[in-house]
Design a protein around this ligand. Structure first.
Ligand code: PRX
Length: 659
C-alpha cells in the first residue's frame, strides 16, 4: 500500500463498514442501476453523444455544431450554440413558451429563505422570475451590458441569487466575494476582474451582529477606481454612508422596472462567472466558468446525486461566496426546478440547534453541508438535533474536505436517523460540478469514500509519470478527459491555467489532491498535495496569509502551515520573524492576528503565532514548510533534514529527534 515512488501522499486509512441503499430508497430512486450502467456505457462508448444527450434536457436558442472542440488544454463545449442560463433556471419552469411540458412550476416555491433574526420569505418561480427581470432591467439602466464584470458582495439573502441570475441573464460576468472577506480582499478581486459595478447591502446578520458590508465596499472602491456604481440592498436598516452620484439603493433601482425582460441568446462559451480561489503561490486565482457547459454539468449532477423529486425541499448550507453556493444553492436546484432553502446566519445562533429547527420547520428532505460543520455538530452534542423532528430528511450530503469516517457515521446515525444515504461529493471550484460521488439509489456507501466517478468523468489515481496506481496505492487524483463544466482558464493568466492544472502530469487534469482507489475502484481522497490549507472547508493559500503578515511593519518574514484541528479540519500556525529592533510579545501576536483579519478576513486568522529568530530554509532559500508542519503538529521534527541550510535554526524552533 501507499508511498510508491512519485506518490504525493501515504495511505493509512482503512474502513470496512458498508451501507447499501435500503430497498425503500432504491425503489423510489430516480436513477436505478440499469439506467446507471447504460449511462456509464454510453459515456465510455461515445462521450460526445453522452454529453449532447445531457445538454438536450435543457433549452438552447440555437443548437451546437460541435459538442467539444478540444485543443489541449483548451476546451470549447457546445460550439456555436446559444442559450441563457437564467432562462433555463426560470422561464423554462413557467408555463409561457414551453407549454405544460415541464409541469408549469410557476407557483412552486423556488427559494425558501430564513434570515438570522427569524424573518422569512418564500419566492415562487413566478415571483423569482419577476424579481430577476426587474433587477436585470435595473442593472441595464445603469449601463451594465453583456461582457461587463459585476462584483457581488452580499449576505445570504434571496437578493444574492437574484443578483447572480440577473447578471447571468444579461450576460454580465459575476464575481461573488464571500461577505466574510475584508475590504482589501474585495478590492484586489475587483481590480483583477476589472469590475465596473458592485452589488452589496447595508449589512448582513451574523451571530446577532451586523457585518459592515457597505463600509467595506466604500474602502475597497477607494482603491479600485474602475468601480463606477454601487447598488445597495437595504437589509439591516442601520445608518450607512451614501455617495449619491455613485451609490443607488436596490429598491430605487427596481421601483419602476418592468417585470418583463427578454433573455438574450448568449454564446455557450460566454463567460458566466469568475470565482477567486487560493493557489499555492501568489495571488488568488480567478477561476473562469462559461455558460453552456457549466449549465449542463450542474443540471445533470444535481439531479443524479441528490435524487431530486418534484416535492423535495432541498437545502445546501453553503454561502453563495463559494462554488458550492453557485452550483448547488442557486444554479443546480433552480435548473432542476427544485425548492432551494437559504439561511442567512450562523448555525449556532441563537443556539446550536438552529439548523435542525430550520430542517424541521421547513420540512427539509435533502441536506447538504461540509465536514467542518458536521464536526461542529458532533462537538455540540446529540441533544441539539434531538430537540427537533428530523424525519422529513431522506438524503444527506457532504462536500469540501475528506470526511472522517467517524463523523460520517455520526451524521448518518444522528441526523439521518440511520435511514438516509450520505453522498460524499468530491469536486472543486475548478471542476464546476460534482465529479466523484455516489448515486444514492445504487451505490453501496463506504464511510470516508466519495465512491465512484460519475458517468462521463474519466477520473483516475496515477503516479507522477501518469500511469495508473494499483489498488490502495496513494497517488495523484487526475481527470483524463475534459468535461463540460470544467474551468476554461485563470482570468488574466492563461499560463497559470496551463502550468497549474495541465502540466504537473502529462496530458491530464491534475486536481492537486492525493488519493487512492481501493480494490472496488472506490476513490479515497486524502487531501491537498500542495501547501494550501483547508480551514473549515475553505482552501487558503499559505502565500496569501504570509503576505498579509509581512505587510505589517514589525514583520520580516513569515511561514504559514496547517496543523490538524478537530473542528476546522486544519488550523493555521504562523512562524514569524520580526524586524531587528522589534521586540516580540503576546501583544504583538494578537496584533498580527488582527492584521490578517483586516487584510484577508477572519477565516485566515492564524490560531497561533510563533516568533522565531529565523526560519528553516533550503539552500536555494525556499522555506521548508514540511518541517514547520511537523513541528506545528507534533512539537518535533523527525523527517529528513538533509536539505536544510542551517540545522541550528530548527533546533531553536523546537528541536529534532536527532539533535
Ligand atoms: O481537496 C479537495 C477538497 O476541497 C478541494 C476543493 O476546494 P474548493 O475549490 O474550495 O471547493 C470546495 C467545494 C467543492 C478539493 O481539491 N474536497 C472537496 N470535496 C471533497 C474534498 N476532499 C475530499 N472529499 C470531498 N468530498
Amino acid at each position: 500500500m501507499s508511498g510508491a515512488p512519485g506518490s504525493p501522499i501515504d495511505s493509512v486509512l482503512r474502513e470496512a463498514r458498508r451501507f447499501p441503499p435500503s430497498d425503500e430508497f432504491r425503489a423510489g430512486a430516480r436513477l436505478g442501476s440499469d439506467e446507471l450502467e447504460r449511462l456509464y456505457a454510453q459515456a465510455e462508448r461515445d462521450p460526445d453523444g453522452f454529453w449532447a444527450d445531457r445538454a438536450r434536457e435543457l433549452h438552447w436558442f440555437t443548437p451546437w455544431q460541435q459538442v467539444l472542440d478540444w485543443q489541449p488544454p483548451w476546451a470549447r463545449w457546445f460550439v456555436g450554440a446559444t442559450t441563457n442560463l437564467a432562462w433555463n433556471c426560470l422561464d423554462r419552469h413557467l408555463d409561457t413558451r414551453l407549454g405544460a411540458r415541464l409541469g408549469a412550476r410557476g407557483d412552486k416555491a423556488a427559494i425558501v429563505w430564513e434570515g438570522e433574526p427569524g424573518d422569512r420569505r418564500t419566492l415562487s418561480y413566478r415571483e423569482l422570475h419577476a424579481e430577476v427581470c426587474r433587477f436585470a432591467n435595473g442593472l441595464a439602466s445603469l449601463g451594465v451590458t453583456s461582457g461587463d464584470c459585476v462584483m457581488i458582495y452580499l449576505p445570504l439573502v434571496p437578493e444574492a441569487a437574484i443578483a447572480m441570475l440577473a447578471c447571468a441573464r444579461l450576460g454580465a460576468t459575476h464575481s461573488v466575494v464571500f461577505g466574510g472577506f475584508s475590504a482589501e480582499a474585495l478590492r484586489d478581486r475587483a481590480l483583477d476582474a476589472g469590475a465596473r459595478l458592485v452589488i452589496t447591502a447595508d449589512g448582513g446578520w451574523r451571530r446577532g451582529k451586523i457585518v459592515p458590508l457597505k463600509e467595506n465596499v466604500d474602502r475597497a472602491v477607494a482603491g479600485a477606481p474602475g468601480i463606477e456604481r454601487v447598488v445597495v440592498l437595504r437589509r439591516t436598516g442601520h445608518e450607512i454612508a451614501f455617495a449619491p452620484e455613485r451609490d443607488v439603493w436596490w429598491h430605487d433601482l427596481v421601483a419602476g422596472a418592468s417585470e418583463q425582460h427578454d433573455a438574450p441568446a448568449l454564446d455557450a462559451e460566454h463567460p458566466l462567472f469568475i470565482l477567486y480561489t487560493s493557489g499555492t503561490t501568489g495571488k488568488p486565482k480567478g477561476i473562469v466558468h462559461t455558460t453552456g457547459g457549466y449549465m449542463v454539468g450542474v443540471h445533470a449532477t444535481t439531479r443524479w446525486v441528490f435524487d431530486l423529486r418534484e416535492d423535495d425541499v432541498y437545502w445546501c448550507t453553503a454561502d453563495v461566496g463559494w462554488v458550492t453556493g453557485h452550483s448547488y444553492v442557486v444554479y443546480g436546484p433552480l435548473l432542476a426546478g427544485a425548492t432551494t432553502v437559504m439561511y442567512e446566519g450562523a448555525p449556532d445562533f441563537p443556539e446550536p440547534d438552529r439548523l435542525w429547527r430550520v430542517v424541521a420547520e421547513h420540512g427539509v428532505t435533502i441536506f447538504y453541508t461540509a465536514p467542518t460543520a458536521i464536526r461542529a455538530f458532533v462537538k455540540w452534542g446529540e441533544a441539539w438535533p434531538a430537540r427537533h423532528k428530523l424525519s422529513s430528511l431522506r438524503l444527506l450530503g457532504s462536500v469540501g474536505e475528506p470526511i472522517n469516517p467517524e463523523a460520517w457515521i455520526w451524521y448518518h446515525r444522528v441526523i439521518g436517523g440511520g435511514r438516509c444515504p450520505v453522498v460524499d461529493t468530491w469536486w472543486q471550484t475548478e471542476t464546476g460540478s460534482i465529479l466523484i460521488a455516489p448515486l444514492p439509489g445504487v451505490t453501496t456507501l463506504k464511510p470516508g469514500s466519495c465512491t465512484r466517478a460519475l458517468p462521463g468523468i474519466a477520473a483516475d489515481v496515477v503516479h507522477k509519470d501518469g500511469t495508473s496506481c494499483g489498488p490502495d496505492q496513494g497517488g495523484y487524483l487526475v481527470i483524463r478527459r475534459p468535461w463540460p463544466s470544467m474551468l476554461r482558464t485563470v482570468h488574466g493568466d492563461p499560463e497559470r491555467y496551463v502550468s497549474q492544472y495541465w502540466s504537473e502530469i502529462d496530458g491530464v487534469y491534475f486536481a492537486g489532491d492525493g488519493a487512492r482507489r481501493d480494490a472496488d475502484g472506490y476513490f479515497w481522497v486524502m487531501g491537498r498535495v500542495d501547501d494550501v490549507i483547508n480551514v473549515a472547508g475553505h482552501r487558503l493559500g499559505t502565500m496569501e496569509i504570509e503576505s498579509a503578515l509581512v505587510s505589517h511593519p514589525a514583520v520580516a518574514e513569515a511561514a504559514v502551515v496547517g496543523r490538524p484541528d478537530e473542528l476546522k479540519g486544519q488550523g493555521i500556525v504562523a512562524f514569524v520573524t520580526v524586524k531587528s529592533g522589534v521586540v516580540s510579545s503576546p501583544a504583538l501576536g494578537a496584533e498580527l492576528r488582527a492584521h490578517v483579519t483586516q487584510e484577508i478576513g477572519a477565516l485566515a486568522r492564524p490560531d497561533e503565532i510563533r516568533f522565531a529568530d529565523a526560519l528553516p530554509k533550503t539552500r536555494s532559500g525556499k522555506i521548508m514548510r514540511r518541517l514547520l508542519k511537523e513541528l506545528a503538529a507534533t512539537g518535533a521534527v523527525t523527517g529528513d533534514v538533509t536539505t536544510l541550510e542551517d540545522l541550528a535554526v530548527l533546533l531553536r524552533l523546537g528541536g529534532t529527534d536527532d539533535e
